[in-house]
Design a protein around this ligand. Structure first.
Ligand code: NAD
Length: 352
């Protein structure tokens, strides 16, 4: 066996139906007394309900979180934090709300408790991407990792089916890239495959019955594992390309991940077939790329960049941007290959 390094995440995880009722205990456990509850405008009512359930432990609600963590929203949230006398934050929501909590913690060292309601996985990473003047910069740091994460499957039953599917595929993308990460280890590979397995079994059931709690639990469990490996090992072509296409062409986050995943996997698989064989085997397909494409199609996920509004004229530019910074990928990043990849994803054709 090859040598490896494994660093376990220090985050505390509470998992299970009804676990949101442990929030007050968790705030006290951290030695905190006033929590500012964060949310998007869409989840404001849920955040207010949660805050009122906290009684004196609540410092109020700040419900202006938006995608990509713009620094001007963070400044407003920091002001709300100070004026309300808060000493920690509770982030109720997906990656956008969690990003805001991380941006606050990065600046004032606040403790964060996250109640995760999508499958994006940000709650278990020490990464935040912040946007200023149209530029998204990614930062890592120990203070960015939330202290406590509450996974309550009941809170995910309202996540619309289309978002559940793309968010679940977004989670799977973390795990697929973890399987060929240069700094992977046997534990991260085991977590990655278990995450992919859990989501591949849960998502079809969610599509059929969105409030199936067993399926919701399994999907959230899978997303925890997939998010955990995202936080522990390096990502490669797939995440870089999603970052480029999402950031430079203003494409939706989870949908871009789900469209690109079969194609980035097929591209990389040519150089690392043995590392991706467990994924191909799981789907019973000749390759992981084909398996992921057919799986996404069976769930009714968007299959083409064109259907997301990405213009054909941008293919060339996106490929060039993907080559601006060099980074590790099992199969080297070459302009012609990347152009073909993006064109196939734009058309939504099954990868070869
Ligand atoms: P999101 O947080 O933007 O949520 C999308 C919408 O769904 C929001 O309006 C939200 O309020 C709503 N929503 C969330 N949960 C819901 C539920 N259970 N029921 C009904 N509505 C619900 O989406 P996301 O995909 O979770 O996050 C995307 C953002 O997270 C991007 O900015 C991305 O860059 C970031 N992200 C960061 C990391 C990281 O490690 N730093 C990882 C993954 C994603």
């Amino acid at each position: 066996m090859s040598s490896f390094i494994y660093s376990a995440s220090p985050a505390r995880i509470l998992f299970g139906c009804g676990s949101r009722t442990k929030l007050a205990d968790e705030i006290s456990r951290l030695g905190r007394r006033r929590a500012l509850v964060l949310a998007t405008p869409f989840q404001k009512a849920d955040a207010e309900k949660l805050a009122s359930s906290l009684g004196d432990l609540s410092a109020g609600v700040f419900a202006k979180a938006v995608m990509h963590t713009p620094v001007d929203v963070t400044s407003q949230a920091l002001l709300a934090y100070e004026t309300s006398g808060a000493d920690c934050v509770v982030s109720l929501g997906g990656g956008s709300t969690i990003g805001l909590g991380k941006a606050i913690a990065r600046r004032n060292g606040s403790d964060q408790i996250v109640i995760a309601t999508t499958y994006a996985g940000s709650e278990v990473t020490n990464i935040v991407g912040e946007t200023e003047n149209g530029l998204k910069t990614t930062v890592r740091g120990p203070e960015i990792l939330p202290e406590t994460v509450i996974y309550d499957p009941e809170l995910t039953c309202g996540l619309p089916v289309a978002m559940s599917v793309t968010s679940g595929l977004n989670a799977m993308a973390h795990a697929v890239e973890a399987l060929y990460a240069p700094d992977r280890n046997p534990v991260t590979s085991m977590m990655a495959m278990e995450g992919i397995r859990a989501l591949s079994s849960a998502l079809p059931d969610i599509v059929k019955t969105p409030d199936n709690l067993d399926a919701r639990s399994k999907a959230l469990y899978g997303s925890w594992l997939c998010g955990s490996v995202l936080g522990m090992v390096s990502m490669a072509l797939h995440h870089k390309l999603c970052h480029t296409i999402g950031g430079s062409f203003d494409m939706p986050h989870a949908e871009t991940h789900s469209v690109l995943l079969p194609h980035t996997t097929a591209y990389t698989e040519q150089a690392a077939p043995e590392l991706l064989k467990p994924v191909a085997d799981l789907f019973g397909k000749p390759s992981a790329g084909v398996g992921l494409f057919d799986f996404a199609a069976s769930l009714g996920a968007p299959l083409s960049l064109s259907s997301l509004g990405f213009s054909e004229a941008n293919i060339e530019r996106a490929a060039e941007l993907a080559l601006v910074n060099t980074y590790y990928n099992p199969r080297p990043i070459e302009l012609d290959g990347i152009k073909t990849l993006i064109r196939t994803a734009w058309e939504g054709t099954r990868p070869l």
